[in-house]
Structure formats: C-alpha cells, structure tokens
Design a protein around this ligand. Structure first.
Ligand code: AGP
Length: 606
C-alpha cells in the first residue's frame, strides 16, 4: 500500500527521498511524488506511473533542499493520475502533505471546506487533510494537528511540511504504520524499516495517536494526551544487505532459496534439544483455555489452515481458522477461554489487526506470529513469536510462509507439553526431527529445482489449472494455487481432492493441468482415486509427494519427489516446489514477479 518517506538533514533531500521511495516500491504503488523545501519555498514534483518516470521529471523540474517528504500511492479514492498523486497542497500552497490510510468522513469534511471557499483539484480523501489544516492552523502546527486529529475518522499515517518552518517535518499516526529513523545530524521518517536500512539501524516506532516533529538534530514525540514521550530507540537486527537481491534475478527467488537459513534462525531462537523455548506462551497459557482460533489473511491464513492440523494432532485441542476480514464482524465468537493466534508477516494488515483487537476485547489471550517486531500486531498481542524471516520484499510471500509453518510446529509441541497430550519421549523425538528441518529444506530445494522448471514449461501454456489434496495437503494446495495466481496471473483453484467430482470436474478436459499433493500416507489411496477421475477426462496430473509416500505412480504425467520426512513437518518441504513452479511459470510468461499488478505487500486498509 502507500509508502511514506521523510528526510531532514544536510544531504540533498531529493536523492534521499527518491532512493527511499525505491525501497518502498515493494509495498505496491501506482504513482509517486516528493515535496522538498528550499528556504521558504515548497517544490512538489509528482506523477502517475513508475519511479523511473518520477526520476525523469525530477531531472527536468529539480527539487533541491535539505528537508522533504515523499510518497508512493496505491489508489483507493480516485484513479491513478498526476493530480491524485501525493503530496497534496492547500489553496495557498503553504503546506504539502502525504498520507497513507483512509479518511472515512472525508466527504462531509470536503463539503464543509468547499462551502468555506476551498478549492480542490483531486478526488482523494487526502487533499481534504491539507485544506482542513489550512483552515484550522492559527500559527502553531502542533495545536493545529491535534485539532485536525479530533476531526478525523479513519486511519492515517501522515507527514506534512510548512514553508514557514522549513526545518521541520510533522507526522501523525493513527492505525497506519510510521517509523522514525535516527541518523548522525539527520533524521528520517518512513512507513517501514526496510526503507531506511541504508541510512540507519536505529528506530523509534510511533504509537497510535502519536504526533512527531523531526528536524536535522532533534525529534520530539507527543502522545495523544499531549504529553511529550521519550523516544524508545531500538537497534534493528535487519541490515541493508538483507534487502538486496544478492545476485538473484528476483527477490522472490532469493527469498525461496533463503528458506533453509530462515528455518535455522527460527529454530535456533526457540528450540533446544530438550524443550521449546516459548516463555511468553507459557505465561499466557491457562488450563481453562479450551480452544484455539487462528486468524489471518491470504498466505498467512493458508499457513493457519495447515497450522490447524499440526495443533490438533499435537495438542489435541479444537482449532478453528477464520479469515480476519470475516472474523472481525462475528459476534460472540471469541471468549476468555480462547487462545487467539494471529498470523501476519507485516504485522500491519488492517483486517488482522482489527480481528486481534476484537479478540482482546472479548477476553481472549492473543499470541501473534509475525515477522515484524515493533509492528502494530506485535505490540497489541499478549505474546509474540518473531518469525525471524528477515525483510520479505517480494509481494508473493514465500519465506514468511515457511517460517509461519515452522512456528506452528513449535507452538504445537509447546502446547502438547503444556497440556501433557503426548509422552515426553514422543515430544523429544519430534524436537529432534524438527532440528533437522533446515538440512531437509536444503536437500529438497536441490532435488526439486529441475523438476519444477520442467513442470513450469507445461503450465505456462494453460490458463486454468487445479490443485488438489486432502487434509494438510489441501491447505498446501491452497497456498500453491495462490502463489501461481498472484505472480503468473493464470487461473488456479485449489480443492479438497474429494470435492472435485462435486462440480469442478466439469472443467477438466484434455490437457488441463491438475496438481496433486501427497504427504499423508493414510490418504494416498483416496487421493489416487481422484487422480484417476482426472485422468479419465484427459487431465494432466503433476504429482508432488515426499519419498516413500506414493508407490503407484502410473497415473502421473509428471512427478516431483521430495526427500522423505515426518508427515507432520512435510508442509515446509512441499511448499518449495509449489513456490518454484509459480516462479518459473511467471518467469516464462514474462510477468512482473516481485511486484505483481494490483497487489500490495502490506495491506493497511480494510
Ligand atoms: C502473499 O503472497 C500475499 N501477498 C498476501 O496474501 C499476504 O499473505 C496477506 O496480504 C497477508 O499479509 P500479512 O502476512 O502481512 O498479514
């Protein structure tokens, strides 16, 4: 979604802002712009389209100065266009403002401002903010921004500059992320940490309601009650190298091949030979808890569907999984006997955050599985498992999904221990096997690289395909189909294998590819029957299985074999060829892999 960047220092603001916007590109955008202050003049350069286009414009209309703000826009109110791009300005062009989020009462405010004589040039909700600021500013920005805040309904992270205070950037945060980065004689503002890792690893994360004032040598933060807050500066354990492609053609491929490291990092943080080290979960656990509810969106939701099988089998608890954008409207669903597991790579997904708040208000204990420490979800939760996947730049999530599954394994073993559902001997052997997972992931990547490429050669010629599996394999099928859809733009649907014959089989005809997943020995014969139904109608079957799971491969047109693995952990291996298949298919089709059309990395609006 939209990205915000700000710079106050001694170097050229224009170049810093442009580079920062490039680092925010991965969040998804359709237009971009910057405002730079030169003495008492604000220069705004903005356009619809790519940052290359903005860069060209900047060569023609230079915006020089030592302080400024920038923005990448992902259109919500009004089409992508030059005029709808941020920054927006008031009638007198005294202020320039950028915004991420949605102002829900913008129409009422706009009508009032129009009656008061303000004229608007865009269709955005954001432009209302800058005219409202112009209307209420009476000489003191902090007071004016507080007044502005009182009049707004919705979510916002915003940054504003004033030509009468050319050394300051003002920022406000309400339900949309905003971080401050600290440098030597310069300070920065951004929507997320990766945007600033080239400049600093020292950050302060703004809380909801916070107002910040940044200048070259100073930052001041005020809480929603107006009290000055001491900056809570922390050192990020992410570095700039982590947000580089490191020789790979795409971030997605780099992130796929990083997965053994991700699993190793996560396991070494939380797993010891004789215990799962999750004290926060022990602390919030209560024997009265009688169910687990998992909530998330997209890939994180699919990890939750897989997580359900893991938790049910290990901890013997009823587990439900709800899409966050649906859960948030449910009534009387959560209570103080529920453990709510909230899963989110970014930690900022608006629907997931809303579901978390609903859980807390209902008295549920909340455990967050997130890749972004310091994110809203991490801060709101009662306990956190840091996924330790490192910054994920490709819009299509790969390494974070693997980390989510691994975190579910850890949670499952921990809950099994707390609930004494399995003997210590068995838990010990699960832990031992889990410690070997990173090596297995490396071996699996080596083994499936070639077969996944070959399967992609076949898939690229079909515009519709199906993924089938039963139980855990169905949840993996869903993730595989989503990966293919989002980056190759081919139509892919996942079905529980037994469901195909209840309708969708009508779409299977000569050559239609059907991906069949086998990791569960006890279910092989059932899924094989469904494979035969596909074959009888001319479908082409690409099977993915862990070694030793399927003996009869006669019906498979292509076969991708994974190293043998404990059935419960097989998900992290199976997802690898699914990711590679999607990647190579999209590559053959010439798609924009890291930044697929219409999608944003961090979905901070409902
Ligand atoms: C993943 O490939 C998708 N881009 C998307 O479904 C994503 O998983 C979803 O938006 C949730 O994001 P989160 O994990 O940051 O909450």
């Amino acid at each position: 979604m939209c990205g915000i960047i700000g710079y106050a220092g001694k170097a050229g603001a224009e170049e810093f802002l442009l580079q920062g916007l490039k680092r925010l590109e991965y969040r998804g955008y359709d237009s971009a712009g910057i405002a730079v202050l030169d003495e008492n003049e604000i220069q705004v350069v903005k356009c619809q389209g790519t940052l290359e286009k903005l860069e060209k414009r900047l060569r023609q209309e230079r915006a020089r100065g030592y302080l400024g703000i920038g923005h990448t826009r992902w259109a919500t109110h009004g089409v992508p266009s030059d005029t709808n791009s941020h920054p927006h300005q008031d009638c007198q062009e005294r202020f320039a403002l950028v915004h991420n989020g949605i102002i829900e009462n913008y129409q009422t405010l706009k009508a009032d401002l129009k009656s008061a004589g303000h004229s608007f040039c865009s269709e955005t909700d954001t432009e209302v903010l800058v005219h409202l600021l112009e209307e209420i500013h009476q000489g003191e920005m902090v007071t004016a921004l507080r007044e502005l805040q009182n009049r707004l309904v919705g979510s916002y992270a915003l940054a504003v500059v004033d030509n009468r205070e050319p050394d300051k950037i003002y920022a406000l945060r309400q339900e949309s992320p905003l971080v401050i980065g600290l440098g030597e004689e310069e300070n920065y503002l951004a929507s997320d940490m990766p945007a600033l890792l080239n400049a600093t690893s020292k950050f302060h994360i703004l809380e909801d309601g916070d107002l910040a004032v940044l200048s070259e040598n100073d930052i001041s933060i005020f809480s929603s009650e107006g009290k000055e807050v001491k900056a809570d500066i922390f050192q990020a354990d992410w570095d700039d190298e982590m947000v580089q492609k490191q020789g790979y053609d795409h971030f997605m491929l780099k992130e796929i091949y990083e997965q053994p490291t991700v699993a190793r990092r996560l396991l070494s943080a939380y797993l010891e030979p004789d215990r799962v080290n999750l004290p926060e979960l022990t602390e919030i656990w209560d024997d009265e808890i009688d169910r687990v509810l998992i909530t998330a969106c997209g890939t994180a939701y699919y990890s939750g569907l897989a997580g359900r099988h893991i938790l049910e089998e290990l901890a013997n608890l009823p587990v439900e999984v709800e899409i966050a954008s649906e859960l948030r409207y449910k009534k009387n669903f959560l209570d103080d006997k529920s453990l709510l597991l909230v899963v989110s790579q970014s930690g900022e997904t608006a629907d997931t955050l809303a579901a978390l708040k609903l859980g807390k208000n209902s008295g549920s204990r909340v455990l967050a599985l997130t890749n972004t420490i310091g994110s809203s979800i991490a801060r709101e939760a009662d306990a956190v498992i840091d996924l330790k996947a490192g910054p994920e730049i490709a819009v299509a999530s790969t390494k974070a999904y693997l980390a989510m599954l691994t975190a579910f394994y850890l949670t499952g073993i921990k809950l099994a221990g707390l609930r004494a559902t399995l003997p210590e001997r068995e838990l010990h052997s699960y832990r031992q096997e889990l410690l070997k997972l990173p090596e297995k992931i490396t071996a699996a990547l080596d083994r499936v690289e070639e077969s996944s490429r070959k399967a992609a050669d076949y898939l690229k010629d079909y515009n519709s395909m199906f993924y089938i599996g039963r139980n855990l394999d169905y949840s993996l099928a869903l993730e595989g189909a989503l990966k293919l859809k989002e980056i190759s733009f081919l139509h892919a649907e996942a079905y529980p294998a037994g469901e195909l014959k209840h309708g969708t089989l009508a779409l299977v005809e000569e050559g239609v590819p059907v991906m069949a997943i086998f990791t569960r020995r006890g279910l092989v014969s059932k899924t094989l029957s469904n494979v035969k139904e596909v074959k009888a109608r001319g479908g082409k079957v690409i099977a993915i299985a862990t070694a030793g799971t399927v003996e009869d491969k006669a019906e498979f047109d292509k076969f991708i074999e994974l190293p043998a693995c404990n059935e419960l952990w097989a998900g992290v291996l199976t997802v690898l060829p699914l990711q590679l298949l999607a990647y190579h298919t999209a590559h053959r089709l010439g798609c924009s892999i890291d930044k697929p059309r219409n999608l944003a990395k961090s979905v901070t609006v409902e």
